[in-house]
Ligand binder design. Structure first.
Ligand code: ADP
Ligand code: MG
Length: 640
């Protein structure tokens, strides 16, 4: 065959194959053009998610009548003037091929009126060929209308998914651009119905609120870190606010949403010890760096970028997120805690919606100092440790506290040597089915580092020779069953050692409903303060809930009054009575009321012993009870 130059129409179709993969890619290019034109308002109207129709209208600077035909040509752009410009790109577009590519595979009309021009011009056609030219009146700005995308590329057309799928892809693209450009107003319809509306926002947080809802947005943690010429700023969810997919991890580099696997991995790594399997954070982070430190000219869709110092940027992301995740705002306040010590939360503020809580309980204004949880007061329900500083009361779930402590202590130690192992006096033969056997094979290495020892025995039996010393109290066979059940199939890229370790830590940790001596609690809280991540257990459950006394009331030392006032404000008699019981600000009474409400006599009695809310007495009572000390009985009957 002879070598020929391809005709322009074919070249454009081929280029379109790279740039326009699906309606969402066309939407992306057109919205980017509108943003580059300085639009304040961008409207996107879709039919079938963009497959049947997509129209993008902006109020940007427009295109002059002379230049409009050129804009539809390939390699025609106003965004690069000199070679050097390519090294420091400040616009979203620069390749000059999007309009040509989109028009090559659709029926199109492009209408634009440049600012200051007397009228606008409309060009229409199909398959890249212009067949209509019309002067039109109209507002300054540009409208690109694309019908029947891929009508002349049947192969592509076949790959279009259901309209709802294409719509959600288009919306995801628009939402990401909207997050990258909060000041621009976005209105999106599909089939005439509004599907996304984001008014011009003052800042990123407002924009997130418009897109993700305020309930979620209020929980997000501020992220802001600048170092070495890189700034990472935005919002990130605490570990108890998660999604089932990575769609809501939005990374923006110099105003451009990017798909950068290494950056995404950096974000997930920062959350790794905090999130359960299959859960992903909500994150919007804008990375700003000098344009010549990032190369955006690496892929036709410009969604991939290359950094001059990729490690630096990744480390900045991790550091910025770590910083945010360790600030006290991470701790859910009472009433808002989804898991946590729900019973206690309920006792203090029964059923109060979070909005009412907002006025009562506020986030701590200053970062915690050395003793961030203050003094241990005692144990509630043999499950929660209560600690207090001058103006906060903390409820720490003893099991998750211990879990976090064991997890971090063991992990630090593992770097030096495997975990201590306890050989079984009588090795156990495990009869595992083929599936469990395969599973064990996949977890064997991390489990053995943690102190398990297995040995092949015949074709289908495995012998368990040792278990971690930490777990020597557990029934060995059941332990292995539980490991396999809990860990399940490892996922690609999953930190298997951390997961196995989380299992061991959970098993080794003190359980709920276990009495603890005051020294034990103090030790536990002190150890927790030394951990890297004191607010969440290795599975992502919150460890701590806290109440911040409102400044004025706290000055008078009457925390309970605030709660009573809240109950009174809601006008519920039972609540007011319960709150009244706590009138003199005695925490123990509140707890007793809670226990009484659940009708548990033992707890009521114990709480009664602590009626005057004196920490020493609560502790004494608990210790006494464990010792089954006669004097304690006297003490209760005296008080009850
Ligand atoms: N919505 C718009 N408003 C103003 N100018 C536009 C718009 N869309 C496209 N243009 C002009 O058309 C040119 C070509 O657009 P495009 O093919 O997307 O290439 P690029 O954006 O890479 O420059 C742009 O450089 C710009 O000058
Ligand atoms: Mg463009």
């Amino acid at each position: 065959m002879k070598i020929r130059r391809l005709p322009d129409s074919l070249v454009n179709k081929i280029a379109a194959g790279e740039v326009v993969e699906r309606p969402a890619s066309a939407v992306k290019e057109l919205v980017e053009n509108a943003l580059d034109a300085g639009a304040r308002t961008i409207s996107v109207d879709l039919r079938d998610g963009g497959a049947a129709l997509l129209r993008v209208t902006d109020d940007g600077h427009g295109i002059t009548a002379e230049e409009l035909p050129l804009a539809l040509e390939r390699h025609a752009t106003s965004k690069l003037a000199r070679d050097e410009d390519l090294d420091a790109i400040a616009t979203l577009g620069f390749r000059g091929e999007a309009l040509a590519a989109i028009c090559a595979v659709s029926r199109f009309t492009v209408t634009s009126r440049a600012r200051g021009a007397a009228e606008g011009l409309r060009l229409g056609g199909e398959g890249g060929a212009i067949s209509q030219r019309l002067g039109v009146p109209g507002e300054p700005g540009t409208t690109v209308e694309i019908h029947d995308l891929f009508f002349n590329t049947p192969a592509r057309l076949k790959f279009l998914k259901a309209p709802v799928t294409e719509l959600s892809a288009s919306l995801r693209t628009i939402a990401q651009l909207a997050l990258a450009h909060p000041a621009t107003q976005f209105r999106v319809t599909n089939g005439g119905r509004a599907v996304l509306t984001a008014p011009a926002a003052a800042d990123l947080r407002q924009r997130i609120g418009a897109l993700w809802g305020w309930e979620t947005t209020e929980r997000l943690l501020a992220v802001d870190r600048a170092e070495h010429g890189v700034r990472v700023a935005g919002w990130a969810s605490p570990p108890d606010v998660t999604r089932g997919s990575r769609d809501d991890v939005v990374l923006i580099v110099n105003g451009r949403p990017v798909r950068d696997p290494a950056l995404l991995q950096a974000v997930l790594a920062a959350y790794r010890p905090l999130l359960p399997r299959d859960r992903f954070p909500l994150v919007v982070l804008a990375v700003t760096l000098a344009p010549y430190d990032v190369d955006v000219n690496v892929h036709p869709t410009k969604a991939w970028v290359r950094f001059r110092q990729p490690r630096l940027v990744q480390e900045m992301l991790v550091a910025a997120l770590h910083e945010a995740l360790r600030r006290p705002g991470v701790v859910p306040s009472l009433g808002a805690a989804p898991t946590g010590p729900a019973a206690v939360a309920e006792a203090l503020a029964p059923g109060a919606p979070p909005s009412e809580q907002a006025a009562l309980f506020q986030e701590a204004p200053a970062p915690y100092t050395a003793a961030r949880f203050g003094r241990v007061l005692g144990q509630v329900q043999e499950t929660f440790i209560v600690a207090t500083t001058d103006d906060e009361v903390f409820f720490l779930d003893q099991h998750v506290v211990h879990e976090r402590v064991v997890f971090e202590q063991v992990r630090a130690q593992l770097d030096a040597q495997p975990l201590a192992s306890q050989a079984l006096l009588f090795p156990e033969t495990l009869d595992l089915g083929p599936a469990a056997r395969a599973l064990l094979g996949r977890w064997r290495a991390p489990l053995e580092r943690l102190g398990f020892a297995f040995e092949e025995f015949g074709a289908d039996a495995v012998v368990l020779r040792a278990v971690p010393t930490l777990l020597k109290g557990d029934e060995p066979k059941r332990l292995v069953e539980a490991v396999l059940e809990e860990l399940g199939d490892p996922k690609a890229g999953e930190p298997t050692l951390d997961r196995a370790l989380a299992f061991v830590a959970c098993r080794a940790a003190v359980k709920a409903n276990t009495p603890l001596a005051p020294e034990e609690m103090e030790r536990l809280v002190a150890d927790l303060e030394l951990t890297e991540t004191p607010y969440f257990c290795p599975h992502g459950r919150p460890i701590v809930s806290h109440v911040v006394m409102r400044a004025a009331a706290a000055r008078r030392g009457e925390p309970a009054r605030i709660m009573r006032a809240a109950a009174a404000r809601r006008g519920e008699p039972a609540r007011i009575m319960r709150a009244a019981a706590a009138r003199r600000g005695e925490p123990a009474r509140i707890m007793r009321a809670a226990a009484a409400r659940r009708g548990e006599p033992a707890r009521v009695m114990r709480a009664a012993a602590a009626r005057r809310g004196e920490p020493a007495r609560i502790m004494r009572a608990a210790a006494a009870r464990r010792a089954r000390d006669e004097s304690w009985r006297g003490y209760t009957s005296d008080d009850a």
